[in-house]
Ligand binder design. Structure first.
Ligand code: ADP
Ligand code: NA
Length: 324
């Protein structure tokens, strides 16, 4: 049986990068596997958070999962901190992980660079992520390209633990799309689009108003060639727009390139805004329709309960193996 686990941090407004790279896959995978989708609030606190904002955002993200099409009858949707075993297994695995391997994590290097003081949790974050995945015996982890290194580490930690203490963990596979695993920033298409980046013009939030994202698309950095061609190396801006278009419209890049032959970037951008207005509009409408408090609380509580049943079994197995 295929079991899928993935999570998103409540560290900002989810972007179309999060949607196309992760959430869209979540929806597809819930039909063919047992799926658990988590809002990883314990990861968000690796950088300072306002408590009220964090609480509100965690629930908003759970709601957004549902608006994007995650079905609580098919998938387990919960908030990480509601299942205490994440923290517990996180510690147990920290004692099976090495500073040498954490020192190689590029996300830590990026996020800590130039900072005067950095929380210890930001450094050990990948071990908590390993715990999140291993807790549920996940076989597949749908993520964007930026998480590849963390999944590799998870595999290393699991295999080493199994070698030392006996078969305990399932070794998970990253499930990274061949296409769309890395949506780039609109203002600087050599960088990944991120919900926590400084510049607002770099990203588009899933819940953003069309009038706002229209401006961002129309201003998106391209090149002076004015030729529509897919070439990520030499034409990262145009290629990024084609990728976004293709994923939202469900049409291949080749089809789009053929359609826009001889046309300028303006037409491509204008049509992309229309496609996005349509697709994001539907998500936004569902999001606004979702009854806010009681219903969501019920779903989250039932899901956390289901998750906890699996998580407890795993932690018991791990503690037994370690002599605890
Ligand atoms: P962010 O990096 O935007 O803060 P997270 O770290 O919470 O987001 O990642 C949530 C999921 O979204 C992960 O699976 C991640 O790989 C994916 N993701 C994030 N940014 C992008 C992007 N620009 N393109 C594709 N997938 C992305
Ligand atoms: Na990320």
């Amino acid at each position: 049986m295929k079991r899928v686990f993935s999570g998103v941090q409540p560290s900002g407004n989810l972007t179309i990068g999060n949607y196309l790279g992760a959430l869209k896959q979540f929806v597809e995978l819930q039909n063919e596997s047992e799926a658990l989708y988590c809002v990883v609030d314990l990861h968000a606190i690796t950088v300072p958070q306002d408590p009220d904002d964090l609480r509100r955002r965690s629930r908003e993200i759970a709601k957004l999962y549902l608006a994007c099409g995650v079905d609580p009858n098919k998938a387990t949707v919960f908030i990480q901190s509601h299942v205490k075993e994440h923290a517990e297994l996180g510690w147990l695995l920290q004692c099976s992980s090495y500073m040498g391997e954490l020192n190689r994590m590029t996300q830590f290097k990026d996020k800590s660079e130039g900072k005067q003081s950095v929380q210890v949790g930001l450094y050990t974050y990948p071990v908590l992520m390993a715990a999140d995945i291993l807790l549920y015996d996940a076989t597949h982890v749908p993520v964007g390209d930026d998480q590849k290194q963390h999944i590799e580490l998870t595999r290393d930690i699991a295999a080493r633990f199994n070698g030392r203490f006996g078969e305990t963990f399932v070794i998970p596979e990253p499930q990274i799309q061949e296409f769309g695993a890395r949506i780039m920033a609109l203002d600087e298409p050599t960088k990944k689009m991120s919900k926590s980046a400084e510049n607002e013009g770099a990203r588009i939030a899933i819940l953003e108003d069309p009038s706002v994202f229209k401006k961002k698309i129309m201003r998106a950095v391209t090149d002076t060639e004015n030729e529509i061609r897919f070439d990520e190396e030499n034409k990262p801006g145009v290629s990024n727009l084609l990728t976004i278009y293709s994923l939202f419209a469900g049409e291949s890049v080749d089809t789009l390139v053929a359609r826009y032959q001889g046309q300028g970037y303006g037409n491509l951008k204008k049509d992309l805004v229309e496609v996005m207005t349509d697709k994001l509009g539907a998500i936004q409408q569902r999001y606004n329709e979702l009854s806010d408090t009681d219903e969501l609380d019920k779903i989250l509580a039932a899901s956390a309960e289901r998750a906890r049943t699996i998580a407890e079994r795993t932690v018991n197995r791990v503690k037994d193996a370690m002599g605890l």
